[in-house]
Design a protein around this ligand. Structure first.
Ligand SMILES: C[S@@+](CC[C@H](N)C(=O)[O-])C[C@H]1O[C@@H](n2cnc3c(N)ncnc32)[C@H](O)[C@@H]1O
Length: 287
């Protein structure tokens, strides 16, 4: 007799519907698990095809909510590789001292802090973001990470309308931020506008690995494991870690993003895949 308080799937497997033979019950259990996996797969697919809401208010509120945990979760969920992605980016920029640099969508400031540390106090470095809660954390880190005389400041600004004159910076960078900007092209055009002719625009962003085995592993981790672990650790914010894979899936990568960068006024756009294409650095020069 099967307990009526058992959940339906256990009643189904243990109960009369499955027959009394051990082998029938095993087949039944197997069918049940298979159905569950298929259901899960279609739920994930359904989620991926919904257009992700990137309105400024929603994105800002989401980052404000996860700001205190952002760094810890980022390092944990990327298995600490995110630090290497940013330092490789810095090495590839070949920045010159004493010429200003801007890092937009700077968040908690890791890339801006690294640039300022590398170039020293003679170089003005600005980190901008429209989420004050993320910037508060960047400012706390600044006191810890860079020497007191550093020429680094964090300002609140929307990447789609930057409060700087044309042609100011030797380089404008964005790490894992462009994907979140509501209007990608507007964001890119603003980044190009404030870059000096001959200066560089650098976009570091998630991409989609194409090698067969890796593609599956990546999809399982990114679409199934990461949102659950993120949700469990962020405890109060489920949407941020559902948003991450959705926004990556729907954002152009590879040639498609390089082509947008060219349309925004960049030339000689070079792509450098990192970690087997999980992330790509796109570097273009303002004509
Ligand atoms: C995933 S975080 C990346 C932070 C940091 N660059 C990093 O490498 O960890 C994305 C950041 O983009 C910011 N952001 C999104 N849309 C923005 C916009 N339109 N203007 C300014 N900041 C924006 C968010 O507030 C958030 O801090």
């Amino acid at each position: 007799m099967v307990e009526p308080s058992f959940p339906p799937h256990l009643r189904y497997i243990l109960g009369g519907d499955c027959g009394s033979l051990e082998s029938d019950r095993l087949t039944c259990a197997y069918n049940y698990v298979e159905r569950l996996a298929l259901q899960q797969f279609y739920n994930v697919r359904k989620n991926m095809t919904q257009v992700v809401d990137k309105s400024g208010d929603r994105v800002r509120a989401m980052f404000a909510q996860i700001a205190p945990k952002y760094d810890r979760l980022n390092h944990l969920l990327s298995l600490n590789i995110d630090k290497r992605w940013r330092s490789k980016t810095l090495r590839m920029l070949h920045l010159k001292p004493a010429q200003p640099v801007l890092d937009v969508c700077t968040g908690t400031g890791d890339l801006a802090l690294a640039i300022s540390k590398e170039l020293g106090p003679e170089t003005e470095v600005i980190g901008s973001d429209f989420c004050s809660e993320m910037l508060d954390i960047a400012r706390v880190k600044q006191e810890r990470v860079v020497p007191p005389g550093a020429n680094l400041r964090f300002i609140e600004a929307d990447t789609q309308s930057l409060p700087f004159e044309d042609n100011k910076f030797q380089c404008v960078t964005v790490a894992f931020g462009l994907r979140n900007v509501s209007d990608t092209m507007l964001g890119l055009r603003e980044m190009v506008r404030v870059t000096k002719p001959g200066g560089q625009v650098a976009v570091l962003e998630f991409s989609k690995p194409t090698a067969p085995g890796l593609k599956q592993l990546y999809n399982t981790y990114f679409l199934q494991v990461l949102p659950r672990v993120g949700q469990a650790l962020a405890s109060n914010d489920k949407s941020a870690y559902e948003y991450l894979p959705q926004s990556v899936q729907q954002f152009p990568c590879g040639e498609a993003l390089a082509s947008l960068m060219r349309d925004a006024g960049l030339e000689n756009v070079r792509l450098t895949p990192m970690t087997l294409g999980v992330v790509t650095l796109y570097l273009g020069t303002k004509s």
